[in-house]
Design a protein around this ligand. Structure first.
Ligand SMILES: [Cu+2]
Length: 672
């Protein structure tokens, strides 16, 4: 069992092995990979079928290399009288301190002691040297990439959050959220996945790019304090990590599910909304089922469909129940002042019995929801009007995929009518497109990767960042931060579908990695608590996450088009959007790009549409909004003006609102 705790050859100083009891804790306290471990532990007691239900582990043919060997965690190398693996006790309070200082304060002390203990196991010098080494290797690798052709990585700075979840808000700020760590040694599980009680807590921050990159650019926006139904009666900031999310038409973010703790991770019924205008959270009525690792998509009717997720019964119990927010008899929030609080979900008539969690969900041009499961034969089409499910053909790779990216491909003025499935299989670099009810195998990337993020850029090209070999494996074993360099390398796809390798990012970022397109056209890359902890320049401060900024090639071309005022920032379908531009004559293309929210390589909100330029007059352009809510679901979009070279302006914001009567069906477009 020791092999996954030993450092891989090359570079890093050996670290002391943790006591068996702590190894056991880390082995059972994982967000996902150790859920498999936990099952392995229980393998003698539970049916084999439970294993096949685990959503996350790459059981692709070569998966054995990094997996925990059966019985490995079970034996645990626990010497007699040493390990008590079953009991998770994240904080051990000194009774004298508790008497003198009170319980809360004593717990703080205990946490500090615990953190210091972990620092000892993985010293600061290792983190610092590691980060320096990554900066050097990045610089060396990127010498060969001309910025004008490939773009470049520019800024790298510390963040107060791991950003397992991300949302580009219509205020220009970025919402980052994750969990309070219970561990700072990156060779262990940092998340309170298996922890029951107040240590199992969420946290959230806003980054305001307008305020720069220092600590003052971040604001804490703690989620609602909730008393989870875990029998502990310990209110704590909502443990909403590994939830699912998408935007509401009024720019707010609906967040569903989370982790109740225990059972290798158990679904929470949390239903929350983040209001970017007031910068507060709202709590809504619980869902009827717990969901850990669900996916959420906003449909053409402005309502969110919530699918999959491990239920309140614990890991290995993905729910087939589909819920809808807000419930059908509740109005959809369209105004900034519409505050969903105490709203209920209702049950969608059709089920979605995904074997594995975090399916890819997209609302395409026909107004239907495409539910692309990670199992090849679980590809479904949901009609939001008739509330029915029909089968789509099986994905041609014929294999289960791990977490990996998928993107609705840009398709002109009418909105996307296809999806490109990219990551999720480290052995398969091919990409697969579902279009017109058929799958085609498209051009491959340079190599297969999981946990990657692929973004649509304003010019309709694609950019892949992040990725790993397996969930907590960067090519050198489970929870070994040493990474194969290739997973740090970006890849780009032009509009003809051809891929090429690009510059290297500083940190490898795999599980819980994230990226968004900022309104100024730059790309923000973040996430992966393991790598952020392994490369933290100061583990004792509160900035234990990091952000890296990539500037695509289009920002290295000199002058950019100008976008001045958007005169009607809230507009109906087919309506005119009038904008001013001091470079109006240079504008050849106008584009709506949805701001995105993502986690675990699932990004259901990506969308790119071209807008017709109807007329020009001096410094004014008249654009035409998309034809229907099926083409572009109601909500906030970034509006970019592009010149002939594909250089985008800085974005303005446009809200697409339904025409009177709320007619949002996509039937008219389905035949086009
Ligand atoms: Cu997770």
């Amino acid at each position: 069992m020791s092999r996954r705790n030993l450092p891989a050859s090359g570079g890093q100083p050996p670290t002391r092995r943790a006591p068996a009891s702590r190894r056991m804790l880390s082995a059972i306290a994982a967000c996902a990979v150790s859920a498999v471990t936990a099952t392995t532990v229980l393998a003698t007691a539970v049916p084999v079928a439970a294993y096949s239900h685990h959503g996350d582990h790459g059981d692709t043919p070569s998966a054995t290399r990094a997996e925990v060997a059966p019985g490995e965690a079970q034996s645990g190398e626990a010497k007699p009288g040493e390990a008590k693996p079953a009991q998770v006790k994240p904080v051990e309070v000194n009774p004298d301190e508790a008497a003198a200082l009170g319980k809360e304060h004593a717990e703080e002390h205990a946490r500090t002691r615990m953190a210091l203990g972990a620092v000892g196991e993985y010293p600061q010098s290792t983190r610092t040297e590691r980060l320096n080494a990554l900066a050097s290797s990045q610089a060396a690798a990127n010498i060969g990439f001309d910025a004008a052709e490939f773009g470049r990585f520019r800024e790298y700075f510390q963040s107060p959050d791991f950003a397992a979840h991300i949302a580009m808000l219509p205020t220009g700020k970025v919402l980052l959220f994750s969990f309070e760590r219970i561990e700072s040694n990156p060779q262990k599980e940092p998340a309170p996945t298996d922890t029951i009680g107040k240590e199992n807590a969420g946290r959230a921050f806003l980054w305001d790019p307008a305020k720069g990159t220092g600590p003052t650019a971040f604001t804490k926006v703690t989620p609602p304090v909730v008393n989870m139904p875990d029998g502990k009666n310990e209110p704590r900031p909502a443990p909403f990590f590994c939830a699912g999310h998408s935007f509401l038409p009024n720019g707010m973010l609906g967040v569903f599910g989370g982790n109740l703790g225990g059972n290798g991770g158990t679904g929470a019924k949390l239903s929350l909304v983040f209001d970017p205008w007031q910068e507060v959270w709202y709590q809504n009525k619980d869902m009827t089922v717990g969901r850990w690792y669900p996916s959420v998509v906003t449909g053409a009717d402005g309502r969110q469909l919530i699918m999959s997720g491990q239920s309140e019964l614990g890991w290995g119990t993905p729910t087939p129940i589909v819920e809808r927010f807000p419930a059908k008899n509740t109005p959809v929030p369209f105004l900034k002042t519409d505050k969903p609080q105490g709203y209920a979900v209702d049950r969608f008539k059709a089920d979605a019995p995904f074997k594995w969690d975090y399916p890819h969900l997209f609302s395409l041009r026909d107004g239907k929801i495409y539910g692309l499961g990670r199992a090849p034969d679980q590809q479904w089409l949901f009609d939001i009007n008739s509330e029915t499910r029909t089968d789509l053909p099986a994905r041609p790779d014929g294999m289960k995929r791990n977490y990996g990216s998928a993107v609705p491909l840009p398709a002109g003025f009418k909105g996307p009518d296809s999806v490109l499935v990219l990551g999720g299989n480290r052995d398969d670099p091919n990409t697969y497109q579902l279009v017109g009810g058929k799958w085609t195998t498209e051009k491959p990337r340079a190599f297969g990767r999981t946990q990657d993020d692929t973004l649509i850029l304003p010019d309709a090209s694609l950019l892949t960042v992040n990725g790993a070999f397996d969930i907590r494996d960067y090519g050198n074993g489970d929870k070994n931060p040493n990474a194969d360099l290739k997973y740090r390398q970006t890849e780009m796809r032009d509009q003809n579908g051809n891929w090429r390798l690009g510059p290297v990012q500083r940190l490898p970022r795999g599980y819980h990695s994230n990226a968004v397109v900022l309104p100024d056209g730059r790309i923000m890359v973040t996430g992966d608590e393991l790598q952020q902890l392994a490369n933290d320049p100061d583990i004792t401060d509160d900035m234990n996450g990091s952000i890296e900024i990539y500037e695509p090639a289009y920002l290295q071309q000199g002058g950019r088009p100008n976008l001045g005022i958007v005169f009607n920032p809230s507009v109906g379908y087919n309506d005119k959007i009038t904008v001013s531009s001091s470079t109006a004559n240079d504008v050849t293309r106008a584009v709506l790009l949805a701001p995105t929210t993502a986690t675990h390589s699932v990004n259901t909100s990506q969308r790119h549409l071209d807008l017709r330029i109807k007329s020009r007059s001096g410094n004014f352009l008249e654009l035409q909004a998309p034809p229907s809510a099926a083409a572009a679901p109601p909500g906030y979009y970034m509006l970019f003006l592009l010149n002939e070279e594909g250089v985008p302006s800085t974005a303005g914001w446009v809200q697409l609102k339904p025409t009177s009567g709320g007619q949002t069906g996509g039937q008219a477009d389905a035949v086009n």
